[in-house]
Design a protein around this ligand. Structure first.
Ligand SMILES: O=P(O)(O)OC[C@H]1O[C@H](O[C@H]2O[C@H](CO)[C@@H](O)[C@H](O)[C@H]2O)[C@H](O)[C@@H](O)[C@@H]1O
Length: 268
């Protein structure tokens, strides 16, 4: 299978990647893109074949990165990523950086502690199955395991927004999740900073969720500045906002793995 873009800008980026793989940055979201969505966030693992595909890609392009809302160390551990040569993992929407087994993470702002203290009480009447994931620098309220996840999410939206306002945090909405996290960084800023640091001349970014739209914005801005980029969507029925803007849409994490296998075959 050849990797094909449905847009001219995406095709231009694929050509640039093939022409200068050594100066290419290939970046991926974790949950929903490399890791199939599961009910329990703690049970997330990489899709079959993902490690082999990422390992091969890392041999062929300048840099492979994972840019995730997870803590970087969690993504490394759950993904079994530590053996991938040269991999960089930007965690907590770019606040943290893991590379060569070294984690660089700033202190979380005090608002996170305050939110941690107040959140359980504020959501105590939420439907059964609603759960808090404490990520150290951020708190995620998950509704996937509620009987009616969408209804539960809507009920919690105002409560979480009000707590964010009080604690100086921002709300990051996602797939049956509302996260309270520090402001000042997003996946777009993280992607741009890494591309600038590396002097990347071509970029691929793959994501599945609303938090990845900032990275799509960054790709579009970089194109305007003359750096070709291709936006890949790991498609799902839960989120359609990315498919509308993507150059390539594939069928969930297994589709992402197949895309990587095709790309590495073409680069070889
Ligand atoms: O930026 P990402 O790598 O996509 O991380 C975003 C959030 O993903 C996780 O939640 C999502 O995946 C879970 C496991 O499949 C699923 O149960 C949940 O419904 C999804 O929203 C993770 O738990 C969050 O901490 C991440 O920020």
């Amino acid at each position: 299978m050849n990797v094909e873009s449905r847009t001219a800008a995406g095709a231009e980026a694929l050509a640039a990647i093939k022409a200068r793989p050594g100066k290419t940055l290939a970046a991926f979201d974790f949950d929903g893109t490399l890791s199939p969505i599961v009910d329990d966030p703690d049970a997330a693992r990489l899709a079959d074949g993902a490690i082999a595909a990422l390992t091969e890609l890392a041999r062929q392009v300048g840099k492979v990165a994972i840019i995730t809302g997870r803590p970087a160390a969690t993504a490394v551990e759950k993904g079994g990523l530590s053996g991938i040569e040269g991999l960089v993992v930007l965690g907590q929407y770019g606040r943290e950086r893991w590379e060569d087994d070294v984690l660089d993470a700033p202190e979380p702002p005090p608002g996170v502690d305050e939110a941690r203290r107040k959140l359980p009480r504020l959501i105590e009447s939420a439907p059964e199955g609603v759960a808090i994931e404490d990520k150290g620098h951020a708190l995620a309220v998950h509704t996937r395991r509620a009987a009616e996840p969408e209804v539960a999410l809507e009920r919690l939206r105002g409560i979480v927004a009000a707590l964010a306002e009080r604690t100086g945090l921002v709300v990051e909405p996602g797939r049956f999740v509302l996260e309270l996290r520090p402001p000042g960084m997003d996946k777009g800023a993280a992607l741009r900073a890494l591309a600038a640091e590396l002097g990347s001349v071509a970029i691929l970014y793959a994501g599945d969720d609303l938090g990845d739209l900032a990275a799509y914005d960054a790709i579009e801005a970089l194109r305007e500045e003359g750096v070709p980029g291709v936006k890949v969507c790991s498609g799902s029925d839960e989120v359609t906002a990315l498919a509308d803007r993507a150059d390539i849409v594939v069928d969930g994490p297994p589709g992402v793995v197949r895309l990587l296998e095709s790309l590495t075959n073409e680069l070889f």
